[in-house]
Write a protein of this length. Structure first.
Length: 488
């Protein structure tokens, strides 16, 4: 009787998925997959029927080393919506009864009455079907104000546990939308990584009994394994574009990568914030404000980034330019301090300084000429915005290649079929540009622009051929205006 009840509940969950998927544009292929699962669940119970109010709550890998399987549990849930609606706050999310919550269970005791083993192969199909359905959901954008207002590790983890699978599923769906992606090894590897992360995040335990240790361990794993995804994505899309028989343009590839990486930036922000905010006992760093600095010193970050770029320049080219930092403020009590994510600002500024410093050194004929071409940095702010301008005298960028600096297909990663991390030199033995710590993959500017856009900022480049280049970064200083900009 218990087995039959569990089969009915599992079938009910899949039937609800089928009804929802028939209303989506991408529902046809997924509908057939869900229908097959539905039939499989009903195969041994012809009298199965719909039970109002019963929804699936848990997917959990059973700890059997010889026969991996899943314990499916059910409960009655009064929630009106499986996912948060756009505009819902974290407080609203905290009050909602979520349909799917990952809990522990060993199939014994009281929980045994609500669980039934599911074969691992069926679990994979269920997760694939769920990921395809979840990818059609709207991603929930987060504001800096909400982050600052929610600094309890368990609440942040709860939100991430709900939101991160959606963001991973969207990136999987984007890869699957590319015709012939299975023929590009880098895209296949990216999709495989995302699939494993989706599974790990969905199946990890997180409750009051086990705490956040297992959840933080999974977050660290996702972060560590995702470090190489930028180069993998750019190189994969270049290969796909070069071998594709479709009519897709450079604009399509750049827009696709912008959306893909923007979601990656948002996912990394959630993961990093959770790891830094969690207690040391749970495997985190125990920082009370996470990755956010409520008094982020812009001038200090610019100085640190300039020193780092200067050291790279000296290591790679043997010399570096001189630079100066000027400040200006208008009617602001703390002119150059506001709530922001220092690591994101530091990344942007390092990329800008590397470009300016490298171009200045290569433009200069000797040391005296190098000293005559200082890189000038201006930090200016008022009560609403902060602006940072980097000006060099490195000859500028020709007008005919000006737009290409924002393209992912223009640079070391987009120039050929393989990218290697080298030290010095411009090309490998095959004539392929090598990505160095100073030059990178050649996608530093478009990725920096995404980091600026992520929380409502802008990055603008103005080039004066024969003279130099001005790059301006504008950031909102009010936390309520710092809202995620994600793929629509």
């Amino acid at each position: 009787a218990i087995l039959a009840q569990a089969q009915v509940n599992l079938a009910t969950f899949i039937a609800a998925r089928i009804r929802a998927l028939t209303r989506t544009m991408r529902g046809r292929a997924v509908f057939r997959s869900a229908r097959n699962l539905f039939q499989q669940c009903h195969r041994h119970d012809a009298s199965a029927r719909y039970l109002p109010g019963t929804t699936a709550e848990c997917l959990e890998r059973r700890p059997w080393s010889c026969a991996p399987s899943v314990l499916f549990t059910t409960r009655r849930c009064s929630s009106h919506s499986k996912w948060l609606r756009p505009g819902d706050s974290m407080d609203a999310m905290d009050r909602m009864a979520t349909d799917q919550r990952l809990v522990t269970g060993d199939g014994k005791g009281a929980d045994a009455e609500r669980m039934v083993p599911v074969p691992d192969s069926l679990l994979e199909q269920l997760l694939q079907t769920e990921a395809a359905y979840v990818a059609s959901s709207q991603v929930r954008a987060v504001s800096m104000h909400e982050i600052l207002d929610t600094m309890q590790a368990h609440r942040v983890a709860k939100f991430i546990h709900m939101e991160l699978p959606k963001r991973i599923a969207v990136r999987m769906s984007m890869i699957e939308s590319l015709v012939g992606w299975q023929m590009v090894p880098e895209l296949v590897q990216s999709h495989e990584n995302l699939s494993w992360w989706y599974r790990d995040v969905r199946l990890v335990r997180r409750n009051r009994e086990v705490g956040l240790k297992e959840f933080i361990a999974v977050m660290k794993k996702v972060k560590r394994q995702g470090d190489g995804m930028v180069g993998l994505g750019v190189l994969g899309m270049h290969k796909w574009y070069s071998s594709s028989n479709t009519d897709h343009t450079h604009e399509f590839v750049n827009k696709w990568l912008d959306d893909y990486f923007m979601i990656r930036i948002g996912s990394n922000m959630l993961v990093d914030h959770c790891i830094v905010l969690a207690s040391v006992e749970d495997g985190g760093l125990g920082h009370p404000t996470g990755i956010v600095n409520t008094n982020c010193d812009i001038v200090r970050i610019c100085e640190q980034a300039a020193q780092y770029a200067k050291a790279l320049c000296e290591a790679q080219l043997g010399r570096s330019p001189v630079y100066s930092i000027e400040t200006s403020a208008w009617d602001s009590p703390a002119p150059h301090e506001f709530s922001y994510i220092p690591s994101y600002l530091r990344y942007i500024m390092v990329e800008l300084f590397k470009n300016s410093f490298k171009a200045t050194v290569e433009r200069s004929t000797d040391d005296a000429n190098l000293r005559a071409r200082p890189v000038r940095i201006l930090v200016s702010s008022d009560s609403m915005h902060c602006g940072i301008r980097v000006s060099d005298q490195a000859g500028g960028i020709p007008f005919d290649v000006g737009k290409r600096i924002w393209s992912y297909l223009y640079g070391a990663a987009g120039a050929a079929g393989s990218v290697k991390l080298g030290r010095g030199g411009e090309n490998n033995s095959d004539g392929v540009p090598i990505a160095t710590p100073l030059a990178g993959w050649g996608v530093g500017l478009p990725i920096s622009r995404l980091h600026a856009r992520y929380l409502g900022g802008t990055l603008i480049l103005c080039s004066y051929p024969g003279m130099g280049t001005d790059v301006s970064l504008f950031l909102p200083t009010i936390s309520r205006n710092q809202v995620e900009v994600l793929k629509k």
